[in-house]
Design a protein around this ligand. Sequence first.
Ligand SMILES: C[S@@+](CC[C@H](N)C(=O)[O-])C[C@H]1O[C@@H](n2cnc3c(N)ncnc32)[C@H](O)[C@@H]1O
Length: 450
Amino acid sequence: MSTNAKQRERREAAEKSLLDLIARFESEETAIEVNFRNLVNSEGGGGKSAHAIHPYPAKLLVNIPQFFLAALPPLTGSVLLDPFCGSGTVLYEGALAGLRLVGSDSNPLARLITKAKLTPLDREEARSHLEHVMAVYPLLPPTIPDVVNRDYWFSERISEGLGRLKTAIERNVPSKYRPVFDVSFSATVRRVSYADPRLSVPVKINPDRSAKYGAKGDEVIRRLARLAEIDVGAVFWSIASQNIQRCPEKGQWFVPGQPEIFSDARSLGIAEASVSLAITSPPYVGAQKYVRASGLSLGWLGLTPNCKLRPIEQQSIGREHLAADETLEPSGTGVAEADRLLEEIAERNPLRARIAQRYLLEMRDALSELSRTMCHDGSLVLVVGPNLVAGLEFPTPSYLQKMAESLGFATQLHLIDSIDSRGLMTKRNRTAGMIQQESVFLLKRVRTIA
Ligand SMILES: C[S@@+](CC[C@H](N)C(=O)[O-])C[C@H]1O[C@@H](n2cnc3c(N)ncnc32)[C@H](O)[C@@H]1O
């Protein structure tokens, strides 16, 4: 069967599944459990695809955008938006579908990974830049940024190797090829650090605690021994060669216009009613630490002013560090159930109540920006899971759904997808729970807000 015929078949199957699900949702009036892995066979989600160029916490299951892009195909050239684009899972799939792309993320590392995934390469040329970097880097002086606690995370020999690679990339790689080189450098930084590779947020491997590492303990400790001799250049070469192969090739797709990637979902520099489809998975309340998970890379890449993470954290929705003046808003969130639960949380733990309320207020601003930018009848796919706040179940999905409905969206479908692991879920003193089931809402932009 030709590729076109296969695509048509896939689209027809997805359209039919979606119509059946909507009909069932209308008659049963309750969320429907599905397994997106069965709903659509993922194409190109494995280690060889662009999605594998760099790890990122809580990446979206690729089957979700693949299903909705097949079932709700926007006209070629219309705009696909992901305001919390993370590592660009949705936007890359949108590029394959030939859509105009708009995204945003407050984490500069997320924006870099997205850019690398969306920049088609001349692979031959990219490989020749890589060979050149490999030839010159050992002779160049190291550029070593003031990464916070650098000596704690890297031996002096490794820092020097990374520093020479950094100089070689900065001096020799043309801007068009920088995203794939920088992303590969970032993945190298993490690989050669003392951070436990099984965790998203860096935690130093401690050989005295090998018993605590369970079945994988020996492997983790062996890794520590390998780090003493590791060849930083060889690690970089291996990652960069694979990434050059994974990134899109020049001429592989036609994406109208340049992708636009902003830094704050609450303020997108695009016109009103210009988006026909948005697919997004927003951050979780207090459960994700995207910025800290990216800390070593942000420092080495110089993506944060003076290597400080706080300015980036301050822009992140769901953050745990609040400014002193970010107190509980007496006027509430606009969702009565949420305000009642926040009062209960405040009695147990006032700080957790402030964090959760701030999250909802900032998500309301982001949803309001989505409402402004989406066109009439446009579709919004919102993927969001519940968690525990101060030991109480915090039903983020239903709160965000209610907010969206008050901002001009109507719920067409509510699905529940079980997730095995999205990484970086925190279990804080048993009061912040693991997110196990995600809600996937299909909402339609229906009316103008006064
Ligand atoms: C669940 S993750 C998205 C993961 C993404 N779908 C992927 O597959 O990689 C949520 C993202 O929201 C971002 N974020 C937090 N606050 C933001 C803000 N104010 N504006 C834009 N993005 C923000 C975080 O940095 C994080 O990358």
